[in-house]
Ligand binder design. Structure first.
Ligand SMILES: [Zn+2]
Length: 463
């Protein structure tokens, strides 16, 4: 009730301000004074600039003087000495796996999965586990400037609920996998779960439900096809791991006399709204298939380096016209969800693996984490750039630390020296989730305490 009265009072105040100040249009929020990187088609930069937001939408982008002359806001964020940019888009993670952060490191993918992660998951994953893990992941994402994330895990409806509570945007896929898992004994059960989850969240303003068949090597043909068909029936995205390791390619060649991409093509798996994570070991023909099927690539440089999986041929994908975005992968193989790290490492890994220091320059890395992410998710009309009519998903980043001084080029600084901790304000769908580094939608100490308590159970499970 108090909150309701406060809202009414704020609205009244806004109306009075608007009428008293020469008919300026009342809006809910203005973010002003910082350098604005719009990430629009022209990659326009305003130094300084301001954004007017009303409700969930960006209504205007201009100079601070123009925005102040046209709009009266109930709430203003002063972003002087900061950079204002679109919120970062993480196109591949497994949010609750933050609970396995640092549990087992320095292993190859198959050893890591089969000896540690799958057994630990079998003993610990529950609705409560994913709620606690998702809250922890959401806290970290809000603190480090991610506003949209893409997820593949179990009990995805619980992840969706926790994501909504935190105020983040999510493309969240219910995992389909061949062996019995915590939320389903069979793939058929997983598919049924996925269907009811899709129905429950189909028209949600923040959540895009998705189907997440784990990978071609963990699913039989019938289940892969059924997963793709389910997604098409409801017009929702498909999320899959693809060609992550050489082992996966070997399996595909032995069992199907094809590459993973070619095999999935042969069974009619590829369709619109599909995001393939990793795509490290692909042929030119595979890349042509992905382009033809309009599949988006989620590049996960840090996970690929940590597990020594390899370097995805990002330049080849881009040259072929495949949309490329960035992901962190789960925190158990990264070990954080900081998209600034992903941008920096995407640039460095491309340079190292091609021997070309001009590969993936700072602007290209920033594009992958913003508008590129939106394109891979098929959401470029809604998010990924700061333009009137789009949803108000944006962050402000402080540029005051010693490490960021002096600043000649904002994009260079964002990619090459900034860390998630430098984010000051995080706004999703017009709502301020973090203001001056204080997270508003989650109780930080409670989230951390719950995670530490749950960690004891994880520890016991693997001993
Ligand atoms: Zn993954």
């Amino acid at each position: 009730m108090r909150a309701h009265l406060a809202v009414v009072a704020a609205l009244l105040a806004a109306t009075i301000v608007a009428s008293a100040q020469g008919g300026r249009r009342a809006v809910s929020l203005i973010v002003t004074g910082g350098t604005v990187l719009t990430e629009n088609d022209l990659r326009q930069v305003l130094t300084p600039g301001a954004i007017a937001i009303n409700g969930s939408d960006i209504v205007d982008v201009g100079t601070p003087a123009d925005i102040a002359a046209r709009y009266a806001a109930t709430q203003t964020i002063d972003a002087r000495d900061q950079i204002i940019l679109p919120g970062l888009i993480n196109t591949h993670t497994h949010a609750p796996m933050v609970m396995f952060r640092g549990l087992a490191d320095d292993l190859a993918l198959m050893d890591w999965l089969q000896k540690y992660i799958f057994p630990a998951e079998a003993k610990t994953v529950s609705p409560e586990f994913v709620r606690t893990g998702t809250r922890l992941a959401a806290l970290e994402m809000i603190q480090s400037g991610t506003t949209t994330y893409t997820d593949m895990y179990y009990f995805e409806e619980e992840i969706a609920k926790a994501t909504k509570e935190a105020g983040l945007r999510g493309v969240l896929g219910e995992t389909i996998i061949q062996f019995p898992v915590a939320d389903a004994k069979t793939p058929a059960e997983s598919l049924a779960r996925a269907e009811s989850y899709i129905k429950a969240f189909k028209d949600d303003p923040l959540i895009v439900p998705a189907v997440a068949p784990h990978a071609m090597y963990t699913l039989d043909r019938a289940t892969l096809v059924a997963s793709a068909q389910l997604a098409r029936k409801y017009d929702v995205p498909v999320l899959i791991h693809l060609a992550e390791t050489q082992d996966e390619v070997k399996t595909a060649r032995e069992q199907y006399k094809s590459t993973p991409t070619g095999y999935l093509e042969s069974i009619g798996f590829w369709g619109p709204k599909t995001v393939a994570a990793h795509g490290v070991w692909v042929t030119d023909e595979d890349i042509a298939i992905l382009k033809r099927r309009n599949v988006g690539l989620s590049h996960n440089p840090e996970s690929n380096m940590k597990l020594a999986s390899g370097a995805a041929p990002v330049l080849k994908y881009m040259a072929a016209g495949v949309n490329v975005a960035l992901g962190t992968d789960g925190a158990a193989s990264n070990n954080d969800l900081d998209m600034f790290g992903a941008m920096r490492q995407a640039s460095f890994l491309a340079k190292l693996s091609t021997g070309d220091p001009t590969a993936v320059p700072a602007q290209a890395a920033l594009d992958m984490a913003t508008i590129g992410g939106a394109k891979v998710l098929g959401m470029e009309t809604l998010i990924g750039s700061l333009e009137p009519g789009k949803r108000a998903d944006l962050i402000t980043v402080s540029m005051n630390s010693a490490r960021q001084t002096p600043m000649y080029d904002a994009v260079s600084h964002l990619v090459y020296v900034t860390r998630g901790d430098d984010v000051r304000n995080t706004i999703v769908n017009g709502k301020v989730l973090m203001r001056d580094r204080r997270v508003i939608t989650l109780n930080e100490s409670e989230v951390l305490t719950q995670a530490r308590t749950l960690a004891q159970k994880v520890k016991d499970a693997v001993q």
